[in-house]
Design a protein around this ligand. Sequence first.
Ligand code: GKR
Ligand code: MG
Length: 434
Amino acid sequence: MKITDLRIHSIAMADPPLRSSYGLHQPYALRNVVEVESEDGIIGIAETYGGERPREALENLRGKIVGADALRILGDLQTLTHGEGGGIERSQVNLVPGENPLDTSARTYAAIETACLDLVGQSVGKPVCDLIGGRVREKVSFSAYLFYKHGGGGGEGDDTREDEYGECLTPGAIVNQTRQMIEKYGFESIKLKAGVLDPEQEVETIRQLRQEFGKAYPLRIDPNSAWKLDTSLEIGRTLKEELSEGGYLEDPCAGLDDLCTLRRQLLAEGIDTPNASNVAVTSFAHLPENVNKDAVQVVLCDHHYWGGMRQVQHLGKICQVFGLGLSMHSNSHLGVSLMAMAHVAAATPHLTYDCDTHYPWQSGIDEIVEGGRIPITNGCVSIPEKPGLGITLDHDQLSRGRERYEKCPYRKRDDAAEMRKYVDPDWQRILPRW
Ligand code: GKR
Ligand code: MG
């Protein structure tokens, strides 16, 4: 399983104008796709953060990867999983996910690990989830991930995508978006990306969702730290019923201290809605303080920046020991990432919530997996009985993605710039805003 070649493909895919407290999604999202080829011609693949910096970080390891054994290299590069250090100050509150310089090596390792595990899985004829310890579930469940959005389906000029959901900037429009998404994919839980409209409107959106879909659909709300502690408290009280039974408050306010105060105060009032986070707890270094403070009760894992699949499994075990829940974070991605997410989720016993995925927001026109879009049925992705990740790259589609990338005028995600361009020329990301 000697690696003889490493190929990195920088691609762009259409992305609709989705809103969050980071700003507005640009018409194209960027990804890097990694291929590692072995001396016997087997190719392992991975998908990771896009643009130049992630590509450079991968390029910098070329000398170590090419010529190495696909399994031994994962041990040799192990220290990368720690990231660049930085301990507790590694919070991602002020950074677009995937851009914290202190996580560069953990993110780079994750991409190499996924590609190598895919290669090894194919070499021994076993699916990745079985290779990393064995699946505990055959299907991985995901939640409907709702966004306030402007009109448009992503892409530009004669490369625009169909706008399946239309403009969604009111509670009623989000209810319609949810209905469409549930009809199409069968999701059984719902996450609202908030931090966009006034909190009263976002509260009203959650209320209407509960009214429409009932208790059977657990609800989560994620304003990406846009609320003050007092606002978070108020919303925790107001949405006591709606966020109960399988729901959570995801990053309502920033930082372990405020999340800890929020939790204590809500508990004192008899409200047991957990705090979840993908920005206050983003590395193992955050866990001791988090456990001491009981600030975040549900950690959102993501193999792309937690240092890979096996680190996510370790995280799962730690969460189990300390009584924390585990959910999964997502960023805009294609089918290679979706399958990697599904494999790690299948082999992580203590995964206690449906995972997030942006996948419904991407179009088949941009998919780089042979055979097109990965099916999500009854809210679940099934693990295929195929070796490795169970997918291969469609090289024509990959070339189209590369062409789109070449035409794309930017090389990193900048939701704030997009917001200034199309919505408000003076827009700044203010945290907390409300
Ligand atoms: O796609 O705008 C977005 C999301 O806000 C994303 O960037 C976040 O990383 O999905 C993420 C989250 O749960 O915070
Ligand atoms: Mg989040």
